[in-house]
Design a binder for this molecule. Structure first.
Ligand SMILES: [Fe+2]
Ligand SMILES: [Fe+2]
Length: 172
């Protein structure tokens, strides 16, 4: 019974990761429309990263002999008031995802699902990194207070982010 619960929960997390990708892709489009190519590039890398998260879970579900079932992905917002507003939304979203990962972990512990527990540990650590890197940008944006020069610098800095795809599926 507990394994069925885990299957459902992991499928839910695939959806949450794909929604994250969708949200960040929408933010990329927003930043493009605001002529902030560096922010847009950062969001593209973020989107690609979220897709790899979804695929990691997808592969894990299959490896366990469980069944992946895809549900519809909610429409993300399309507009934000400012780059700061967008990054505040990113931060809130990542905190929400951290909560979801923690709930999955609780389920793994409760069900003595050691494989899921080990698998989910990567995500627990990843969320710490995600929240921290988003918070760094958020603090820079707060300090910039929308000043053109500072925004230009942040845009240039964010534009240096490169997405590195995982070497092989299921690695780490
Ligand atoms: Fe993720
Ligand atoms: Fe994320």
């Amino acid at each position: 019974m507990i394994s069925k619960k885990m299957e459902t929960a992991l499928n839910g997390q695939i959806n949450a990761e794909l929604y994250s990708a969708y949200l960040y892709l929408s933010m990329e489009a927003y930043f493009e429309s605001e002529n902030l190519p560096g922010f847009a590039k950062w969001m593209r890398a973020q989107t690609q990263e979220e897709v790899t998260h979804a695929m990691k879970i997808y592969d894990f579900v299959n490896e366990r002999g469980d069944r992946v079932t895809l549900k519809s992905i909610e429409q993300p917002p399309t507009k934000w008031k400012s780059p700061l507003d967008a990054f505040e939304a990113v931060y809130r979203h990542e905190q929400k995802v951290t909560g979801l990962i923690n709930k999955l972990m609780d389920l793994a512990i409760k069900g003595k699902d050691h494989a899921a527990n080990t698998f989910l540990q990567w995500f627990v650590n990843e969320q710490v990194e995600e929240e921290s890197s988003v918070d760094t940008v958020l603090q820079e944006l707060k300090r910039a207070e929308g000043a053109a020069g500072a925004m230009f610098m942040i845009d240039r800095e964010l534009g240096q982010r490169v997405f590195t795809p995982p070497a092989t599926a299921g690695e780490e």
